[in-house]
Design a protein around this ligand. Structure first.
Ligand code: SF4
Length: 352
């Protein structure tokens, strides 16, 4: 290791020992099940948001066998609001594999861990190092940022070349004799000192040799080659009310919110008012010649996802007892809706 790389590693370990007071419920945890659970919950999720979910999951499923035996609907309901529901589905599949094929014993090699559904390179390195003290460097957004700034690297992090370069560098500067401590240290350092905005350079122990700080490049690295394109989608949910029931279905398409429930959805390419919507061919096909009454409709409710903005409206329609069930939908008593897992935007609407 070069002198600069050794300085980097030693500084981070010293900072961690003397100044790192960042606390998280799973910090220092050695149980691979709990570490895995926390890492799956934290993928694409802020620590403050994931924290209560982690505690709820650990309380409900203290061991992997409990999670593996839980009904899918119950687990999805507990996950409700976290987004990225494929994570939840993969998590349950992995729990069932550990409880079944591995008889409850968590895989204890890097290869074994990566073979689990939903576990990528970052999560595998985190579990391998935190639970089994194996020398695998984690590489998440915080680590990319600290490495890019300190070593002054402007290779885009989202390219094959960038991923390879950062993976090699991260592995090189890892303190191989204490991988768990080092991995936690660099992630915490990125979260509290070398932050995305306004890093604390004047108080930073790495400042004297930090390329980005020395050259005034802290706002320019790390670099990404692709700009995130955010798509707008316009959802109109029809709550077809028949006496005290409403129609819902489970989303099965390869789209957002797979496996969650929803009301009848009409998606339009642009905003639409009630009149436009009720006269659209899709709505006329659904309602046919049956009589209905508009009970009420909401203004637009927005939900921001990583790649999409959802603009949703809810329209309540009352129909008579003779109205036939729409294809693929089931009538559910309104008092029983809380038993089903819905996307956050519907949960927010129902809570209002
Ligand atoms: S000096 Fe600033 S940019 Fe460099 S590592 Fe420290 S906090 Fe990050």
């Amino acid at each position: 290791m070069t002198d600069t790389k050794r300085f980097f590693t030693d500084c981070l370990l010293t900072w961690n020992r003397l100044h790192n007071s960042r606390s998280m419920p799973w910090k220092g945890e050695k149980n691979p099940y709990k570490i895995w659970l926390s890492e799956i919950i934290l993928q694409q999720t802020r620590v403050e948001q994931g924290w209560p979910y982690y505690e709820r999951f650990i309380t409900n499923y203290p061991v992997v066998e409990k999670l593996a035996a839980a009904p899918e609907e119950e687990v999805f309901r507990l996950w409700q609001g976290l987004g990225y529901y494929a994570r939840c589905k993969n998590m349950l599949a992995a729990a069932r594999e550990i409880a079944g094929k591995h008889k409850g014993a968590f895989p204890n090699t890097y290869e074994g861990i990566t073979s689990l559904k939903g576990v990528g390179a970052y999560t595998a390195a985190a579990i391998a190092s935190f639970a089994f003290n194996l020398p695998h460097a984690v590489l998440d957004g915080n680590v990319y940022r600290v490495l890019a700034r300190f070593f002054g690297i402007d290779t885009p992090t989202d390219t094959t070349a960038g991923k390879k370069l950062f993976t090699q560098l991260a592995q090189e500067v890892l303190a191989k004799d204490q991988p768990a401590t080092y991995n936690q240290a660099i992630m915490d350092f990125g979260a509290v000192v070398c932050k995305p905005q306004q890093p604390l350079c004047t108080a930073c122990p790495l400042a004297s040799r930090c390329e980005a700080h020395q050259k005034g490049l802290t706002d320019l690295v790390p670099v990404k080659s692709k700009k995130l394109v955010i798509k707008k989608r316009f959802f109109h949910y029809l709550l077809l009310e028949q006496q005290d029931h409403v129609y819902i279905r489970k989303r099965t398409e390869k789209d957002i919110w797979q496996n969650l429930h929803e009301f009848i959805l009409l998606e339009t390419p642009a905003p639409a008012n009630d009149t436009d919507l009720l006269q659209s061919p899709a709505c006329r096909r659904l309602l046919g010649k049956h009589r209905y009454r508009i009970v009420g409709s909401t203004a637009e409710i927005k939900q921001q996802l990583t790649h999409q903005t959802i603009h949703a409206r809810f329209i309540r329609l009352s129909v008579g007892a003779a109205f036939p069930a729409p294809d693929g939908f089931q009538p559910v008593a309104t008092t029983q809706l809380k038993k089903y897992a819905f996307p956050k935007i519907i949960v927010d609407y129902l809570q209002r």
